[in-house]
Design a protein around this ligand. Structure first.
Ligand code: SAM
Length: 217
């Protein structure tokens, strides 16, 4: 079974996301196993310290190398071939095409969630990929990790309802955004579903959908 492990100081943040909807279903189907690794368990001393001030000065704290190395090494014992991924605004920008590659790869993943002002750079010696979810700064790597995990797991064959569900979605070819969609009723407060979608003419529907799909920037 594919394993996704997350190294975080806030494992409880993942409860709702990973135990609902498609992520829950993926676990029920044994397509995926999620394991939270609490960085605090690898903290130093009686107070299980995980952070310290940066050399050279500056505001804020950094996650220390020692607990991070211990947590990654422990996660690697559980899944020896797992790829290690760190969340960082400096990383490569996440894209649907990368989600598809990672879903297809069959690999397990260990996601490291940064906190505070970030982490001691030496952890990068254990990291395979640095990933950003966009050009903005979040408080921690947990929301980025959840976003990335969701986008990968839903593409694992069998997890979504219809096998074609992901194939016709936005970005599935890397650039096209999905056409507008409608469901019942045909007329809602005077807003009518386009006639062509009610016509049963599959060729005309396909053309309308192609004409109404737009290219992403
Ligand atoms: N001092 C860092 C900087 O200026 O780049 C920002 C640190 S941020 C407050 C704390 C952590 O949140 C980061 O180490 C990273 O793990 C995560 N994070 C914040 N924004 C992110 C983004 N856009 N993509 C991925 N991870 C992000």
């Amino acid at each position: 079974m594919r394993k996704i492990q997350v190294i975080t100081l806030f494992p409880e943040m993942f409860d709702g996301v990973l135990n609902s909807s498609m992520m829950w279903k993926a676990q029920q189907q044994e397509a995926i196993e999620f394991k939270m690794v609490n960085l605090r368990d690898y903290g130093l001393g009686q107070r299980q310290r995980v952070d310290d001030t940066p050399y050279g000065g500056g505001d804020g704290m950094l996650l220390m190398a020692e607990p991070l190395f211990a947590a990654v090494e422990s996660a690697r014992e559980y899944d020896r071939n797992a790829k290690v991924v760190i969340m960082t605004p400096r990383g490569q920008r996440w894209k649907q095409a990368i989600a598809q590659d990672w879903a297809d790869s069959g690999d397990g993943y260990i996601f490291i969630c940064g906190r505070y002002e970030g982490y001691d750079e030496r952890i990068l010696t254990l990291v395979d990929e640095e990933v950003s979810v966009g050009d903005y700064v979040l408080t921690g790597g947990e929301l980025p990790a959840m976003t990335i995990i969701d986008s990968i797991v839903r593409l694992i064959p069998g997890v979504l309802g219809g096998e074609d569900s992901a194939a016709i979605e936005s970005f599935s070819d890397g650039e096209t955004l999905e056409f507008p969609q409608y469901t019942r009723p045909e007329d809602f407060r005077g807003m009518k579903v386009p006639d062509v979608l009610l016509s049963g003419n599959h060729a005309a529907i396909a053309k309308w959908r192609a004409d109404n799909s737009v290219k992403a920037d």
